[in-house]
Design a protein around this ligand. Sequence first.
Ligand SMILES: *Cc1c(COP(=O)(O)O)cnc(C)c1O
Length: 463
Amino acid sequence: MTNGTAEQTGKAAELKEQLADVFAYTNKVLDMISKKDITKEEAAWITKETVDNFREHVNPGFLAYRKSVTKDGQFAAVEWKDSGLNCFMDVHGKEYIDCLGGFGIYNVGHGHPKVKQAVIDQMNRQALHSQDLLDPLRAILAKILADVTPGALKYAFFANSGTETVEAALKLAKMYSSRTTFIATTRAFHGKSLGSLSGTAKGVFRKPFLPMIPGFKHVHFGDLDMMRKTMEACAMTGEDVAGVIVEPIQGEGGVILPPDGYLKGLRQLCDEFGALLIFDEVQTGMGRTGKLFCCEHYDVVPDILCLAKAFGGGIMPAGAVVATEEVFKSFFPNPFMHTTTFGGNPLACAAAIATFNVLIEENLPARAAELGDYMLKGLREAAADHGDLVLEIRGLGLLIGIEFHTDEIGYEVSKGLFDNGVLVAGTLINAKTIRIEPPLTITYEQADRVIAEFKKVLGQIQL
Ligand SMILES: *Cc1c(COP(=O)(O)O)cnc(C)c1O
């Protein structure tokens, strides 16, 4: 203000007057954000604001859809803070063991101190990059990725989300191959922006937005024979395949593991037909399945690897596409062929570098393998007498799916677990398979509690 002219000062006051209510509202909320603890009255206020504003300004559909995270029909569950690495707390102070893990973003836990510190330190120095000078953390993170990823994967492009990494992978494959056909699989999930949605398989999410980008085909996941036939047909018709995109284990599709030899077979087919193999490890990467990257279980190296979700350590939104030099060099002559303003920003890179540090230091992939075996066994034992409810429990590492006979049963189980302080993914319209994907830092005691609550809830269900 001291430097402003009288006219500017007057204008500022004018805006403050015009938007006095908004200004007061922002002040109140900023004050609340800065608080370590909130009072009962404040919790009630936040709950009311949240529910009202979801109804009026976000999307009332969420209030109905998220019924499973509601006790007795009240819209009461409003999250507020982390509670240790593996739990979070709602505004009323109720703690939940997080077995949803933000659909796999909390591999190193909620607010891991080392990741948090790296981001705070970087923020205090420089939050975002100039866009013009060379930013050091981008370069360093790219080198780390080359070192930790298998095979000849070497160059990285950074993005802010999973869907953006898939978009980048598709453009890279087109640029490299000058081909336009892609093959994805049934039950695949690659994101919801138009390019990645073309690879995503779920009809309800695609239908209103048809046509998708041209050249996308879907083949049944696991069916190598059909994949060969489709690639043959594409070659015969001159619509050669640029790339085959798959999740090594399908996450959103319900934790579907590939049949024996499937991924190796895809690698061979891609080599035979000159197509690129793109692995979408947005959910399976970063230690989730018991190895740093899921493809390592199957000894298959893709040409392009997509990472996001846990890549930012549960603190920053971040993603990366890593490719071989052979493929990535098609972006060398003009690096502006695919860019993003915020992708690979210093905060995201600091978070990702710290995340690798923590994954290595705490040996979290091995921990995921160990705890995953333990939970899989425990959950199966808990469901042993409930074959009428549970169809199958499967998984690898801490990516576990529990498949029920119907959506209704799954919904009742996820609701029951939620009431007992365990959050799992399971919504009103999609609960036939619920996913258990807690932070890889989950303790044995917490795993035991999850298993015990699961057993208890199964026992209470009346068909
Ligand atoms: C979640 C997910 C995506 C999309 O990531 P967003 O960050 O939500 O865009 C893509 N692929 C897979 C395998 C995912 O699980």
